[in-house]
Design a protein around this ligand. Structure first.
Ligand code: FEO
Length: 404
């Protein structure tokens, strides 16, 4: 895709990754983009590079605007591979450019690149550089997404380059939020923001909350937020800031998500009476079967709702592997403030339900015990018990939600 001008002399020069469906284990059914930005000023400056598979596309985009050899400054806002693995190819063209990153960025990137060959300048919050008519201000944002991360604020243009924050894994030719909303919808864009947050940034909610408050208090004016993935925010900045304000508080709606897997459909048969019981209590329910649904899609919905019920058969005295994978993933994402329970079928000893609760306990979730398990195949009586379990969980969920 060709460069796109954000404001006079400032261009998106990144690449769209239409094909990626597995982003370090996070399923990305809608692909993604690797955004970087070129500022044409007295001293041309590149903000971020892109994934190494796409760096030639970015260099081609830069070449459509200026000779890449004219770049005087390169800012590395974040060193994760999707943004900085193209750095070496890029910097070969301009080995004498000034390169700016945080101290942690330098330490991290030096594990991948022989940085001693280059003119590295470490920067911290409050530092700035003048590149001609424009000034770049650096704002450290550790753990948003990695320890090295920072934002760059282009003061004269009121543009915040926010690397991972406010991004979305969306492959789309629409480069701006309003274009995407016109062609698709705000619902889809919000969904992509929540999906990204739930699967990437969820563990760092408190840090992000503090940083957003700090930026708001600083009084900097923002007319555009340009992340390193997805669309650029220019028409719905308040919307994305409000979404983030809600997400950092881990706000959840009254509702339950049932995620399950099944071997011979016995655990699956338990799902529907449980859901009916929940619905009888007026609880909205969403149901996902793993191995049919990517776990990142289930996580996005888990993020939205207050109740979580996992269903797993016992396989070889253990939790079924797809559910165990989800639990490991959720534990890493530090899910919190959820009413949590479990169910499943078993053949002889039936450890899965107990072990799922062990995970819930270690994650400090509110446990709704003892869950429910059935031998081999649920009988009519056991299906009725599943329904009663759904009703009881629904009642408890309403109480829990009211005080959370
Ligand atoms: Fe898009 Fe943390 O990298």
């Amino acid at each position: 895709m060709k460069p796109v001008e954000l404001k006079n002399g400032i261009f998106w020069v990144g690449a769209i990754d239409w094909a990626v469906r597995d982003f370090h284990g996070y399923e990305t059914p809608r692909g993604t983009s690797y955004n970087n930005y070129l500022i044409v000023d007295d001293e041309p400056t590149l903000l971020d590079t892109v994934h190494h598979d796409f760096i030639n596309l970015s260099i081609e985009n830069i070449s459509r605007i200026i000779d890449p050899k004219k770049i005087r400054h390169i800012v590395i806002n974040h060193i994760e591979n999707d943004h900085a693995s193209g750095f070496e190819n890029l910097v070969e063209l301009v080995p004498h450019a000034n390169i700016y990153m945080t101290d942690k960025g330098k330490k991290g990137l030096s594990k991948f690149v022989h940085l001693e060959k280059y003119k590295i300048h470490t920067v911290k919050s409050g530092d700035s550089i003048k590149i001609g008519k424009r000034t770049l201000h650096f704002i450290e944002t550790p753990m948003m997404h990695w320890p090295d991360s920072m934002f760059t604020y282009i003061k004269e243009e009121k543009i915040l380059i926010s690397q991972d924050a406010f991004g979305q894994h969306l492959a789309t030719v629409e480069r701006f939020d309003d274009e995407f909303v016109d062609k698709c919808s705000m619902v889809e864009l919000e969904d992509a923001v929540v999906d990204y947050y739930a699967n990437i940034l969820m563990p760092y909610g408190n840090v992000i909350k503090g940083k957003i408050e700090e930026i708001k208090k600083s009084g900097i004016e923002i007319e555009m937020i340009a992340p390193d993935h997805g669309v650029i925010w220019r028409s719905h900045i308040d919307k994305v800031l409000n979404l983030y304000s809600d997400m950092v508080e881990a706000k959840a709606k009254l509702g339950a998500v049932i995620v399950y897997d099944t071997m011979w459909h016995s655990t699956e048969q338990m799902v529907f009476p449980i859901a009916k019981g929940l619905e009888a209590e007026g609880i909205p329910v969403k149901i996902f079967k793993l191995r049919s649904t990517p776990k990142s899609v289930a996580v996005k919905e888990i993020w939205k709702y207050r109740g979580l019920i996992l269903g797993s058969p016992t396989l070889n005295n253990n939790i079924f592997p797809s559910i165990a994978e989800l639990l490991t993933y959720l534990k890493g994402l530090r899910l919190k403030n959820r009413l949590f329970s479990a169910f499943g079928s078993y053949g002889w000893s039936g450890e899965a339900v107990k072990e799922i609760f062990e995970y819930g306990k270690s994650m400090k979730l509110e446990l709704f015990e003892p869950g429910i398990k059935v031998l081999y195949k649920p009988s009519e009586e056991e299906l009725n018990k599943c329904y009663e379990f759904g009703i009881a969980f629904g009642k408890a969920l309403k109480d829990y939600h009211a005080k959370t």
